[in-house]
Design a protein around this ligand. Structure first.
Ligand code: GN1
Ligand code: CA
Length: 125
């Protein structure tokens, strides 16, 4: 599964894909899964800074389930890189239950926003 593939970048120990289109969080996740991957799970500052190199606001594999932040592999959030004032669940009507990374705030860049928002996304495998 871990072979070099057009459009995928290697940064030890994973391959990453940054989309050129924009989709909802779930449709983005579906795209990753159809390609043998999932949305990115960020486990270290090195990996967080790597996502900034794409210079895009992009979905990551983090969502709120039963009021707790959870990665797409089912693990709870331990190490986090929220932007200033985030998560704030600002959008009352739809709720901000999905997470994007925003490169312009460097390492502390995550923001919770509604899952239906169309965004670029990052897959990891
Ligand atoms: C955005 O555009 P505004 O300020 O209403 C964002 C929130 C962030 C907020 C602060 C839908 O809200 O999630 O917390 O900026 N909402 C959307 O950065 O992008
Ligand atoms: Ca927010």
């Amino acid at each position: 599964n871990h072979y070099a593939q057009l459009g995928w970048e290697y940064s030890h120990p994973s391959f990453y894909y940054i989309s050129k289109e924009m989709k909802s969080w779930q449709d983005s996740r579906n795209y990753c899964q159809q390609n043998g991957a999932d949305l990115i799970i960020i486990n270290s500052l090195k990996e967080q800074l790597f996502t900034g190199l794409f210079r895009k606001i992009a979905w990551i594999g983090l969502t709120k389930i039963d009021n707790a932040w959870e990665w797409v592999d089912g693990t709870p959030l331990t190490e986090s890189y929220w932007g200033p004032g985030e998560p704030n669940n600002l959008t009352e009507s739809t709720k901000e239950y999905c997470v994007e990374t925003r490169f312009f705030e460097k390492e502390r860049s995550w923001n919770d926003i509604p899952c239906e928002t169309k965004n670029v996304w990052i897959c990891e495998k």
